[in-house]
Design a protein around this ligand. Structure first.
Ligand SMILES: Cc1cc2nc3c(=O)[nH]c(=O)nc-3n(C[C@H](O)[C@H](O)[C@H](O)COP(=O)(O)O)c2cc1C
Length: 306
């Protein structure tokens, strides 16, 4: 019998026992899933987005199912960084799993402040910067859709923390390779992508948008091929590791990202319908490696024959 392949990966200094993470906003802060999934088996947990201050988020309805996924407009609902550190980190520290804190800001300065407050907090392994949120100083345009503004946020966060930083790129740009390079040049240790794709549903009887926020972000299987293309383009443009996500519900979906160039992958929407998805991916990826004679998952990263 062949030996088990090595599954460990290093994402910008964050050592993971396997390449399978759970995606921000789809796994709460950990306790919500701890009875359903053995957290110690995960490669890493990206917790739901944290802001400087607590915030209730958007009005309801905030989620709508569509063929192949869902559209959400949760908004910035979160307990605030102080309460997160006090209430959730003691729980998460009990597990042997890297915790990546997803952070947002309404201004550049807010990103910097949240990053500084998480620097040195025991058990925090890295920061994922959600640059898809609206910039209140620039008419609500997302930070991540203007390369100059995104560069500024990343550069500022870089100065305020020693933790690995992983900007999470927006798919809502015309040249993802350029944004990936801007992230790398401004101090990112890795990048993750994709965040949700802006989308909308209209109730034809009332002729009103279904979501209170009118538009939201599309996630789930519908976005997977778009995400594979974007991960492939981004991974070719940079040397730093890439975390691929978007519509993963099977090991096959995850393997596509790895072959396209992702060092790790994250499961999002699928956690809602099958909380075991991430664990199933781990064994599915291992089986694939054995079947194809690989001894280390890193050999497969970016191995697409193009
Ligand atoms: C309900 C919901 C909440 C989310 N919240 C966040 C968040 O707080 N921060 C963030 O960066 N991404 C957030 N996302 C985006 C996911 O992390 C992921 O990038 C996206 O859903 C694509 O992956 P998927 O198709 O597997 O869900 C959220 C997604 C959903 C569905």
């Amino acid at each position: 019998m062949s030996a088990k392949p090595s599954m460990s990966v290093n994402v910008g200094g964050i050592r993971m026992k396997n390449p399978v993470m759970v995606a921000s906003g789809t796994f709460g802060y950990g306790p919500e899933y701890a009875d359903l999934v053995d957290l110690n088996r995960l490669g890493a947990i990206a917790v739901k987005g944290i802001l400087l201050e607590p915030w209730e988020g958007n009005l309801t309805p905030r989620m709508v199912e569509v063929p192949g996924g869902l559209i959400n407009a949760i908004g910035l609902q979160n307990p605030g960084v102080a309460k997160f550190v006090e209430e959730y980190m003691p729980f998460l520290r009990r597990y042997d799993v890297p915790v990546i804190v997803n952070i947002w800001g309404r201004t550049e300065a807010e990103y910097g402040e949240v990053a500084a407050r998480l620097d040195g907090v025991e058990g925090v392994s890295g920061l994922e910067l959600n640059v898809s949120c609206p910039n209140v100083k620039h008419g609500g345009m997302a930070f991540g859709t203007d390369a100059g503004i995104m560069a500024g946020v990343i550069g500022l966060v870089r100065k305020r923390t020693r933790l690995p930083i992983i900007p999470k790129l927006s798919p809502n740009v015309s040249d993802i390779a350029r944004f990936a390079r801007v992230a790398e040049e401004n101090g990112a240790d890795a990048i993750s992508l994709i965040n949700t794709i802006p989308a909308m549903v209209i109730d034809i009887e009332t002729r009103r948008p279904v979501l209170a926020n009118k538009v939201g972000g599309l996630s789930g299987p519908a976005i997977h091929p778009v995400a594979v293309r974007l991960v492939w383009e981004a991974a070719r443009a940079v040397k730093i590791p890439v975390v691929g996500m978007g519509g993963i519900s099977s090991a096959r979906d995850a393997l596509e990202f790895i072959i396209a160039g992702a060092t790790a992958v994250a499961v999002g929407t699928a956690n809602f319908s099958n909380p075991q998805t991430s664990l199933e991916l781990i064994s599915g990826i291992e089986n694939y490696l054995v079947r194809h004679g690989y001894t280390d998952v890193n050999e497969l990263v970016g191995s697409a024959r193009v």
